[in-house]
Design a protein around this ligand. Structure first.
Ligand code: NAD
Length: 553
């Protein structure tokens, strides 16, 4: 039975034992499509997160996808091009059920303006990373990553935790909404600025944000009191970051950590320039794109200049994956890249071992299934401090949105082991339904993104997109259920290529084989990618875990 969804009543949360499709694999993908809309930011317009990341190109395309998933046999493959179903071909029962390519524009043409024009003509849509691939699980999707970043900074600079520390950030959207909770879990007093009061309220309603301050003075007083008491606290403030950051700097306040997760990648549909209301921005999106782009960029210049100012005065400042430095540099801030990217600064040693954001969703809709898998994780990896600490915290702090789900940063061999054990639990009737396994596209072998994931790679291979393409082809031959290749849209156009994968644990022997091949090969490629770039951690992993990487003499 689907569950009521108070946030978006028209988009119930899927669940229950009844199948509408001809098998659990097809039903699972249908539920994942429903799920990304049930937890999305603007499901009426098919928008899931990151300003324009969509689940399907149009409502007609959505209807076609639902029909195909409902009617298809297990030996067919549904082909999706930029969010639109284009064919249902005969393959075989071990082939993927769904293959997608979303928003891949030929290099010379891969620019924001071309993307907007193709979108206007209804020829393309951007899938974000996990939106178009039906893998988005709400703000939890990035929460462990954000938490781990905060903890790496805490270890390096603040003696192990963020108690008594002030974190300043902006953006309370689909992904940025994870920041207040991640900051609080790390012990900080965190101030999150967002221009849209609705977004702030939403995060408060679902338990990710504690307080909303009526104005900047009150917000800073609340933060100051929490810092003095070494009390974890998250405070939202409705305002424009391009005004609030410089004002905080002008007052001589130096936060301990500064970042930003507004949709700065998209100057038209994402970032809101200072001095403009949300309504004004919406109007300009249709007939004033040039004006809007110029105004957004000018505000980002002020926003990033304030971030650089904080950095000069001692704050730990980093780019959280939204291209804000790139936009600022194009606007004339020549030293914008003095701000490091979070991947290179904090997480690369994990990615080099293919440890990354793995996640799973209980297709039954039952929270108890996630609790049982949490127990299993603790049993399987008692010595893995990152995992045991995370599961303890997540159980206490992370509320479920949509299908109950969990994220945990696991690496090569670990993901396969967990997923196969979960498949056995499904087979034994210990869980109430099958489980879908997936991961973020921001994963070791899965993404080429020279300003985020692959910035300043040791061997200079930042812009080479062969890796995600090999990943996708390999995953099709490794029996994954859904395989997708994404490239950037909106402001990300021309900046990235990534691969996504989903595999369903329905308790069958065939699922065991699929999980084994797809998940093992996926992380093996991640280790190979970093080994090939010369990272010691990856070379160590090759030896320790017998990864089949071919070393040349
Ligand atoms: P979103 O569009 O759902 O939310 C963006 C938020 O920024 C909105 O709430 C909007 O009101 C706010 N905003 C826009 N301009 C502002 C301004 N000038 N001042 C204050 N608030 C402003 O996007 P999202 O899904 O939360 O993603 C945010 C950004 O992070 C995107 O660029 C996305 O691609 C990126 N991202 C990075 C990672 C990562 O790997 N670290 C993961 C996911 C998303």
């Amino acid at each position: 039975m689907p569950k009521a969804n108070p946030r978006h009543p028209k988009f119930p949360i899927p669940g229950g034992p009844e199948l509408r499709a001809k098998g659990w694999r097809q039903e699972a993908l249908l539920r994942l499509l429903e799920n990304v809309l049930s937890v999305g930011e603007d499901p009426d317009n098919l928008i899931v997160y990151a300003a324009l990341g969509k689940a399907a190109r149009s409502w007609a395309a959505h209807k076609g996808i639902v029909k195909a998933l409902t009617e298809m046999e297990e030996d067919q493959t549904l082909l999706i091009q930029s969010g639109k179903p284009i064919g249902l071909v005969k393959t075989h029962a071990k082939a993927p059920l769904v293959i997608m390519a979303n928003c891949n524009i030929v290099g010379q043409w891969a620019e924001a303006e071309v993307f907007y024009e193709l979108q206007r003509k209804g020829l393309i849509c951007w899938g974000g990373l996990t939106a178009g691939a039906w893998q988005y699980i709400g703000s939890q999707g990035v929460i462990q990553g954000t938490y781990e970043i905060f903890m790496r900074i805490a270890e390096r600079r603040f003696g192990g935790d963020l108690a008594g520390r002030f974190v300043l950030t902006a953006g309370l959207g689909g992904m940025g909404g994870a920041q207040p909770l991640a900051g609080r879990m790390a012990g900080a007093a965190i101030l999150c600025v967002d221009i849209d009061p609705e977004r702030a309220r939403k995060r408060q309603q679902i338990g990710y944000l504690q307080e909303i301050a009526p104005d900047l003075d009150t917000a800073l007083e609340m933060i100051d009191a929490a810092v003095k008491d070494r009390r974890a606290l998250s405070v939202g403030l409705v305002g424009n970051a391009a005004e609030v950051y410089p004002e905080i700097a002008r007052r001589g306040i130096v936060p301990d950590i500064v970042t930003d997760q507004t949709s700065a990648h998209d100057l038209v549909y994402g970032y809101v320039p200072k001095g403009m209301s949300l309504d004004q921005v919406r109007e300009l999106r249709d007939d004033g794109q040039g004006q809007l782009m110029a105004a957004s960029r000018a505000s980002i210049v002020e926003h990033v200049t304030a971030m650089l100012d904080f950095q000069k005065r001692g704050s730990e400042v980093f780019d959280n994956g939204n291209l804000i430095r790139t936009q600022a540099k194009e606007g004339g801030v020549s030293n914008a890249f003095d701000i490091p990217i979070f991947t290179e600064a904090y997480l690369r040693p994990l990615f080099a071992r293919a440890i990354g954001p793995f996640r799973w969703m209980a297709l039954s809709g039952e929270e108890s299934d996630i609790a049982r898998i949490d127990d299993l994780l603790l049993e399987l990896f008692p010595d893995n401090k990152i995992i045991t600490n995370w599961i303890r915290l997540a159980r206490e702090h992370v509320p479920f949105e949509g299908l109950p789900a969990r994220i945990a940063w696991l690496g090569h061999g670990e993901r396969t082991m967990l997923a196969r054990r979960v498949n056995a639990l499904v087979a034994g009737g210990e869980l109430k339904g099958p489980v879908a396994f997936s991961r973020d596209h921001l994963d070791a072998g899965a993404m080429a993104h020279p300003n985020i994931m692959t910035e300043r790679m040791k061997d200079g291979s930042d812009a080479i997109a062969d890796w995600p393409l090999i990943d996708a082809m390999m995953l099709c031959s490794s029996m994954a259920d859904l395989v997708v290749v994404h490239s950037g849209g909106g402001g990300y156009a021309g900046y990235m290529t990534s691969c996504g994968v989903t595999v369903i644990a329905d308790g069958t022997d065939a699922a065991d084989e699929r999980l084994d091949h797809a998940l093992t090969n996926d992380t093996a490629l991640g280790v190979m990618r970093y080994a090939d770039a010369g990272y010691e951690e990856a070379l160590d992993e090759v030896t320790k875990k017998d990864v089949p990487y071919i070393r040349l003499d």
